[in-house]
Design a protein around this ligand. Structure first.
Ligand code: CP
Ligand code: NVA
Length: 301
């Protein structure tokens, strides 16, 4: 059994990531043609969710079924993880039974620790610091609509959060320029930023970040676990909304992406997310196709 994990985009080489995107486009086509492809027969994915999810759960569970395998939903409410069983012990036990483990949790350290003690591949399905699976879907969506992203300009408007960090890693791995606009106090992690070097520019001015961008991306202002900060964040992010005025700064053919769930009227206006430049539904669908390839890669290659 392979012991390769997918905790951040840096776990795969740029070539492997590009190959994964190409394969995702192919598997999507196969699925649309009704072709049966079941390389994961009798294989089991455990899915540990310590935070809510719609897209991630539905895509992983559907993906495993389409690949001929099985997915098992585990919540802390009804497992011993929620009662304080050490993460190391949970990793040792679960990975002796299942073939891969997907985890959505809070601290990134926790998934790293789990992976260290797991015999089976571990997939990061979102931590406070990163959301790499979402970036596979975002990149697939870009490649489908526009071709290679190398050399493009991407604007990330809003919180320097898990999505922003994964965009920074994507800029490194896929070789594009990323213009981030975030308010003081909500900047991305300095080390993650520094490691990406001059591929990234950081500003407090959303209009400047959006200028001539080929892709405009945003995310919620208060992530899961930050619900009590909602009001204070609404104040801090005032002026960071992706609206028609901001989109007008970007290239006229710019696309708009959002990992969802979105709050219309907060980080994005309805006319943008429901408008002609938005590809959010393809982006959401591609979670399924990209993660099927991730599972195929981790479990069969
Ligand atoms: N984008 C995303 O990860 O959505 P869910 O929280 O619904 O899984
Ligand atoms: N930044 C968001 C992403 C949700 C998919 C969160 O962590 O809640």
């Amino acid at each position: 059994m392979s012991n390769k994990h997918f905790l951040t985009l840096l776990d795969f080489s740029p070539e492997a990531l590009r190959g994964l995107i190409a394969r995702a486009i192919e598997l999507k086509q196969w699925q649309k043609e009704g072709r049966i492809f079941e390389p994961l027969k009798n294989r089991v994915l455990a899915m540990v969710f310590e935070k809510s999810s719609t897209r991630t759960r539905v895509s992983f569970e559907t993906g495993m079924a389409q690949l001929g395998g099985h997915a098992m939903f585990l919540s802390p409410r009804d497992t011993q993880i929620g009662r304080g069983e050490p993460i190391e012990d949970s990793a040792r036990v679960m990975s002796r039974m299942v073939d891969a483990i997907m985890i959505r949790t809070f601290e990134h350290e926790k998934i790293k620790r789990f992976a260290e003690f797991s015999r089976a591949p571990v997939i990061n399905a979102l931590t406070d610091e990163y959301h790499p699976c979402q970036l596979l879907a975002d990149m697939q969506t870009w490649f489908e609509h526009r071709g290679d992203i190398r050399g493009a300009t991407v604007a990330f408007i809003g919180d320097g959060n898990n999505m922003c960090h994964s965009y920074i890693n994507a800029a490194r791995q896929f070789d594009f320029h990323l213009q981030i606009a975030a308010p003081e106090g909500y900047l991305p992690d300095a080390d993650i930023l520094a490691a990406a070097g001059d591929r990234i520019t950081l500003t407090h001015d959303p209009m400047e970040a959006a200028r001539k961008a080929d892709l405009v991306v945003t995310d919620v202002w208060a992530s899961m676990g930050q619900e009590e900060e909602q009001r204070e964040r609404e104040k801090a992010f005032n002026g960071y909304q992706v609206n028609a005025e901001l989109m007008a700064q970007a290239d006229k053919d710019a696309l708009f992406m959002h990992c969802l769930p979105a709050h219309r009227g907060e980080e994005v206006t309805a006319d943008v997310i429901d408008g002609p430049q938005s590809v959010v539904w393809d982006e959401a669908e591609n979670r399924l196709h990209a993660q099927k390839v991730l599972l195929e890669t981790l479990l069969t290659v």
